[in-house]
Design a protein around this ligand. Structure first.
Ligand SMILES: [Zn+2]
Length: 186
């Protein structure tokens, strides 16, 4: 894997840390994808670099429209810290957060959001909308997109390609009227 620093303004050690935690998020996303969910994974790390919470997309399994990877991780982190203020934490997620998750991340006062692939369909941090910088946000959220971007994007694309070819039954079967692949916009 190419480990050259694609972010020249970022200290190389910090860049490698971001890649390490994003890789952990990718593993969670893979587990979700294998279970028939759209593969999205999230990891929350405290100021000392400890992984305090993880989440994967569980919408289908939990029959819960709010069971996105970020929401699952935010809820766990609050329980672990016994505090909903997550100012000293970094949230890593493989896909740009949707409006619901971007709102929750702002509510949690996350210290830094790091995401992998842009979401041209529902990305609410940069691509379609910008909730953190909008008038309804009073928390200034530092954001870094594009960490392990190609790995994150390819994971989503291959999952949607497999679903289209009907390799997955049950949970992974296409829903009627469902919108397309968030990572490709198809
Ligand atoms: Zn979401």
């Amino acid at each position: 894997m190419n480990t050259d620093n694609l972010f020249p303004n970022l200290d190389n050690q910090i860049y490698q840390q971001h890649r390490y935690y994003m890789n952990e998020a990718l593993k969670l996303a893979q587990a979700a994808g294998d279970a028939g969910e759209v593969p999205v994974g999230a990891v929350i790390v405290d100021a000392q670099g400890n992984v305090i919470a993880t989440g994967e997309n569980r919408k289908e399994r939990d029959k819960d429209p709010t069971a996105h990877a970020e929401i699952m991780a935010l809820r766990k982190a609050g329980q672990v810290l016994q505090n909903w203020h997550l100012n000293n934490c970094t949230l890593y997620v493989t896909l740009e957060p949707c409006p619901m998750c971007a709102g929750a991340i702002v509510q949690a006062r996350i210290g830094l959001l790091v995401y992998g692939a842009d979401d041209p369909k529902t990305g609410a941090v940069l691509t379609v909308a910008n909730i953190p910088d909008s008038a309804c946000s009073y928390h200034k959220l530092p954001v870094m997109g594009g960490i392990l971007e190609s790995a994150c994007r390819e994971q989503l694309q291959s999952w949607f390609a497999r679903r289209r070819t009907g390799e997955m039954g049950g949970l992974g079967a296409p829903e009627t009227g469902r919108r397309g692949d968030p990572a490709t916009g198809t």
